[in-house]
Design a protein around this ligand. Structure first.
Ligand code: HEC
Length: 212
């Protein structure tokens, strides 16, 4: 059947398609005729059949690998879940390490700073951002007195940090944009004002609270 001048590519295409040559089409023509469109009963092309078989094999391997876990690695629930868990664990560790390295505390991990340098930085932040409402000496103006032991939102470092971070609905703005590090410093500075005697203190507001 092979013609002499047939190239290797032509032969390969023929092998992969197995299409009936045009001169023999009348032999495989079906009886179907839709407005002149006719149908040939060609066999499934081998390239297609091969592809189909490969996907079936791949599906079995994939299921074993990801769902049935028959390779035995990780847990009994399957690899995907183990991989996810491991990824989470790794990511959480990285986040913790990053937080430590950059002093990214949050309201649950914040601690009271006592070293002079941090408190001095806190003071600068306070003078710049807070003095307008709380007065430079913390005696209070629009905002409450920060030097007395009366507190509206709690006097421990975590509460004060949270108040500064989120602000309140009654006039205390949020200071989120300062970032964790600066909020920790200014919160520590605010608490260092406890017991100082401002010139013109505003009357106490809130509950007595002593552990700042
Ligand atoms: C625009 C005015 C304004 C500025 C600026 C401001 N505050 Fe306030 N602050 C308030 C007001 C008003 C309150 C009382 C809020 C309330 O009653 O809900 C308050 C409350 C607080 C409280 C809670 C006190 C308590 O009794 O629980 C803290 C702490 C505080 N401010 C710290 C700061 C710090 C630190 C800054 C600067 C980073 C700052 N504030 C800037 C107006 C301000």
């Amino acid at each position: 059947m092979a013609k002499k001048n047939e190239s290797a590519l032509d032969r390969l295409i023929k092998k992969l398609t197995k299409a009936t040559p045009i001169e023999k089409e009348s032999e495989v023509k079906l009886d179907h005729d839709f407005d002149g469109i006719q149908e040939l009963n060609n066999p499934l092309p081998p390239w297609w059949t091969m592809g189909f078989i490969i996907t079936v094999i791949m599906a079995v391997i994939y299921m074993g690998y990801y769902f049935v876990n028959f390779y035995g690695k990780g847990s009994t629930v399957g690899w995907q879940e183990t991989e996810l868990k491991n990824e989470y664990a790794r990511a959480n560790k990285a986040v913790e390490a990053y937080k430590k390295a950059h002093n990214l505390v949050d309201e649950n991990t914040v601690t009271l700073l006592k070293d002079k340098k941090a408190l001095e930085e806190g003071k600068q932040i306070y003078i710049q951002n807070c003095a307008a409402c709380h007065r430079a000496d913390g005696g209070g103006a629009v905002g409450p007195n920060l030097t007395d032991d009366a507190w509206l939102y709690g006097c421990d470092i975590k509460s004060v940090y949270k108040t500064i971070l989120n602000g309140t609905s009654k006039g205390m703005p949020t200071w989120k944009h300062l970032g964790a590090d600066k909020i920790q410093k200014v919160a520590s500075y605010v608490l260092s004002l406890q017991g100082t005697k401002p010139a013109n203190p505003k009357a106490a507001e809130g509950k007595t609270c002593k552990n700042g």
